[in-house]
Ligand binder design. Structure first.
Ligand code: FNR
Length: 183
């Protein structure tokens, strides 16, 4: 079975990006088995902690889950026109030590989507992730784009996707991504 691990880059309880990740899990084509990862317990990167204590358990566990998956779906918020700190911090920890990276990331298909209550649909944070994906030697899916704007109306108060047009766009994105992953 081809597994995709999805990671939302927000810790907020009512996160639109976590809601988008849940919706992606529900709409995932049968060709991909979905599981959700979490950045919640990942501490702030500190080189002294790494040198003295090694990789924190939450990081090691997420690395293992990513290694076991055949693809990654990142769901990113946008902060100040770029990658939110918690997501960038998690990615920085996941890149340690560099010797582990080839087995976990090199050549692995990755999709990037995101949601914002603003107007530009996380276009800037998705673009800001590209150099990071390159550093990880991931294989980005460029076949379609998903920029979810006006998120306060796209999701209801329970975090359910209630906008049919966005649901259709998400389905189209995931179908293309599934084909890309299984190529
Ligand atoms: C934001 N927000 C935001 N939105 C956006 O579209 N472009 C931006 O540059 C920013 N900048 C920004 C900076 C900071 C520090 C915060 C806290 C927020 C709004 C952001 O999209 C909104 O808070 C989302 O709800 C965050 O995503 P989650 O937590 O709902 O997944």
């Amino acid at each position: 079975m081809t597994t995709v691990i999805g990671i939302a880059g927000s810790l907020r309880r009512g996160s639109y990006n976590a809601a988008l990740l849940r919706a992606a899990g529900e709409l995932m084509p049968a060709a991909l088995q979905f599981e959700a990862g979490s950045i919640r317990d990942i501490p702030i990167y500190d080189g002294d902690v790494e040198a003295e204590q090694g990789i924190p358990p939450a990081v090691a566990q997420l690395k293992n889950r990513i290694a076991a998956a055949q693809a990654i779906l990142l769901v990113t918020p946008e902060y100040n026109g770029s990658i939110p700190g918690p997501l960038k911090n998690a990615l920085d920890w996941l890149s340690r030590p560099p010797a582990d990276m080839p087995a976990i990331f090199t050549g692995k298909p990755v999709g990037v989507i995101g949601a914002t209550p603003g107007a530009l649909g996380t276009a800037l944070s998705q673009a800001a992730l590209l150099p990071v994906l390159r550093a990880f030697k991931l294989k980005p899916y460029f076949g379609s784009l998903l920029y979810v704007s006006g998120a306060a109306k796209v999701f209801d108060e329970n975090g359910r996707l209630v906008d049919d047009a966005v649901r259709q766009k998400l389905k189209t994105y995931l179908e293309g991504f599934a084909r890309f992953v299984n190529e």
